[in-house]
Design a binder for this molecule. Structure first.
Ligand code: DGL
Length: 286
């Protein structure tokens, strides 16, 4: 979404400083893209937790144990002014823990339930996310706070995360996967009335057009990308960053070695993150 935005000041558009955008894989690129478009002078780097991808099917304990450690290691390496967790699965579980560990501001990503609730005309919305995000207390609280008057049909899919990555890389993919990912929402009780679907996984905007084509006409898909980008710029404005390093942006960090990262490197390069850095590895935990 790049429509003129009244809530953006010129200072926000001219923002300086360095931002590290983080996700399990390439989903966070949909957030990084919004940040780069809104504030072209920012130095933006990208980190994918390749050593633990995908997050959506990991246990809460495993993710909670990993996230502060991986965030700390990446921030030590990249030296950003703001750390953006461009991942719903991680933010809805461990945003506070990551904040507690870092000494810089952290911006999280949470499902766009509030805007969807004000957008729907039928009073029935879908929430498409990873299984992790679907089962979170955080998500239940968002629904309670902002969507208690409407019907929310939830569905979690890790398959769609993998499909989005394959699609983004231009590889062969199963087009039926989009219909399959949406079916549990539209086939549910009241599913025929769904007019708005929240893409509550940052991977899913990569395949927004494919999902829209697989959905009935008139269904609107919304995500949090632009809102996170605006929040990042607001936080930067308050942080008044001092240049920590003169290095350009466009760096790509991964968190394992020896894996095949060809697909990730290719897609990240297309989004402007073409300076692949040595892997940031975590010491093994006992
Ligand atoms: N992109 C992530 C999200 O927003 C998670 C995808 C995954 O690793 O399962 O939830």
């Amino acid at each position: 979404m790049t429509t003129p935005d009244q809530s953006m000041t010129q200072e926000m558009r001219d923002a300086q400083g360095r931002v590290l955008v983080f996700d399990s894989g390439m989903g966070g690129l949909t957030v990084a893209r919004e940040i780069c478009q809104m504030a072209p002078a920012l130095k933006v780097d990208y980190a994918a937790d390749t050593g633990f991808f995908p997050y959506g099917d990991k246990s809460d304990e495993a993710l909670r144990a990993r996230l502060p450690d991986v965030a700390e290691a990446l921030v030590r390496e990249a030296q950003p002014d703001v750390f953006v967790i461009a991942c719903n699965t991680a933010s809805t579980l461990a945003l506070d823990e990551v904040r507690a560990r870092l000494d810089i501001p952290v911006v999280g990503t949470v499902p766009a339930i509030k805007p969807a609730a004000s957008l729907t005309r039928t009073g029935v919305i879908g929430l498409l996310a990873t299984p992790g995000t679907i089962r979170r207390a955080y998500t239940a609280k968002l629904i309670e706070d902002f969507a208690s008057e409407i019907t929310v049909i939830l569905h979690g899919s890790v398959e769609l995360v993998r499909l989005a990555e394959a699609f983004a890389a231009g590889e062969a993919y199963d087009g039926g996967g989009f219909t399959a990912a949406l079916a549990p929402i539209f086939d549910a009780k009241d599913g025929g009335d769904v007019d708005t679907i929240v893409l509550a996984c940052t991977h899913f905007p990569l395949v927004r057009a494919q999902l829209a084509a697989a959905a009935p006409d008139g269904v609107t898909f919304i995500d949090s990308g632009a809102a996170i980008a605006r929040q990042t710029l607001r936080v930067l404005e308050g942080a008044a960053p001092q240049p920590r390093t003169g290095e350009a942006g466009g760096r790509l960090y991964i968190t394992d070695e020896g894996g095949d990262h060809g697909r990730l490197v290719k897609v990240c390069g297309r989004f402007g993150f073409d300076r692949v850095c040595p892997p940031v590895l975590l010491p093994a935990k006992r």
